[in-house]
Design a protein around this ligand. Sequence first.
Ligand code: ATR
Length: 277
Amino acid sequence: MKKWFAVIGDPIEHSKSPTMHTAWFEEMAIDAAYIPLHVSADNLATAVTALKTLGASGWNVTIPHKTAIIPFLDELDELAEKMGAVNTVVRTAMGTLKGYNTDGVGFVRSLEEAVGTAHKDKPILLIGAGGAARGIAFAMQQQGYMNITIANRTVANAQAIVDEMGVGCAISLTEAEERLADFAVLVQMTSAGLATGSFAMPFSLERLTKGAIVADIVYNPLMTPFLQAAKAQGATIVTGLGMFVHQGAIAFEHWLGRYPNTNSMIVQLQAQLGGQE
Ligand code: ATR
């Protein structure tokens, strides 16, 4: 029987996941479909029941359901449990639902694909301490990045993540700006990438070292104000597009046991999103 998958969220129109997974099914000659489903917070319980009844093999979960979906699942992967957030649901052979979070590992793969692994022991600055930042901090720790500092407007939120990780340190945005030359890799994970105006930058990058690597997790726009400023300082930049494609590829692998072609997808989506890095 034809398999089918979905992404549930509110809003959902902007999601590139249906285009990406459908292209992979075609490329790999897999008889399956992937559809966007607009599910409001009030309808989450009925939507999960419907997805089960109608035989979805799995689905992605996006804002605002990543945490709210957890009570409806039978089992959680270790990283999803630590993050308290799920972006991928797999219906197992037994018919039970298992939740994964592929965002953080997707980010690490994208970073390593872009710049290799030579920076694993170097000082890393994560900027932001929201849901996305939490996922990336835990995934980086799990993948062997040990020298992590988290900077955030509300230092207590960064400290909470550091306490849970058991390593690293939490600092303010001002301190991060002052100590910028200490860090080899910066990852921008606040809502600033999406913003315009005064909050478009969490802080100035004037003190950035030449040769630093600067990543943003936002992929639309591809060149966030933070990345533009980093590029102007001579940094190597990593857009959020690779993270998006790899989180989808890891979900795909959980569902179908094969890893799709991420390189050609990054090129295709880059063209759709307006060009070069
Ligand atoms: P997400 O799930 O995308 O990570 P979130 O959980 O709402 O979103 O987190 C947003 C992040 O952006 C937080 O680090 C937040 O800082 P606080 O913990 O201090 O709230 C940061 N952020 C949002 N607006 C900001 C602003 N105007 N200035 C600085 N940081 C901001």
